[in-house]
Design a binder for this molecule. Structure first.
Ligand SMILES: Nc1ncnc2c1ncn2[C@@H]1O[C@H](COP(=O)(O)OP(=O)(O)OP(=O)(O)O)[C@@H](O)[C@H]1O
Length: 119
């Protein structure tokens, strides 16, 4: 009974986290808008099941990377608001996580959509 209660509350906090990220993180919002456009593309071009799985995995990786980056930035701003070389390295590496996810998803998106659009 106690466990059940805990799970319910945890889910509420998780949804609140999503709400906060949407409200406060501009880049997260941009990624969500891009996600909606990509899903319309997928529907229009009638992707195969395997193509859908790959695109959904990439969307998921980019959104998770963006959330991890946001929480790193917030943790640094909370714990080390003044300039510090280590804080810079942490934030820069955190941004690199998003960059790698975004570059990979652009490459994969091009591989999947290029032949459908241009060939
Ligand atoms: N406390 C700090 N100490 C050292 N360098 C910092 C610090 N805070 C930010 N920076 C540098 O400034 C860059 C931008 O940081 P910032 O927190 O503004 O993130 P951002 O990438 O602009 O994200 P957002 O647009 O979501 O705020 C970091 O990547 C880092 O190089």
């Amino acid at each position: 009974m106690k466990d059940k209660k805990k799970k319910g509350i945890g889910l509420t906090y998780a949804f609140n986290g999503l709400k906060e990220a949407f409200k406060r993180e501009r880049n997260f919002r941009i990624h969500l808008y891009v996600t909606i456009v990509v899903i319309f593309f997928c529907l229009y071009f009638q992707l195969t099941a395997m193509e859908w799985v790959i695109i959904l995995m990439m969307i998921h990786i980019v959104l998770i990377a963006e959330l991890v980056n946001s929480l790193m930035e917030r943790m640094i701003d909370y714990m080390k608001p003044e300039y510090h070389p280590q804080a810079k390295i942490i934030k820069d590496i955190s941004a690199a996580v998003v960059l790698i996810a975004a570059i990979t998803s652009i490459i994969i998106g091009t591989i999947i959509f290029f032949p459908k659009v241009f060939l």
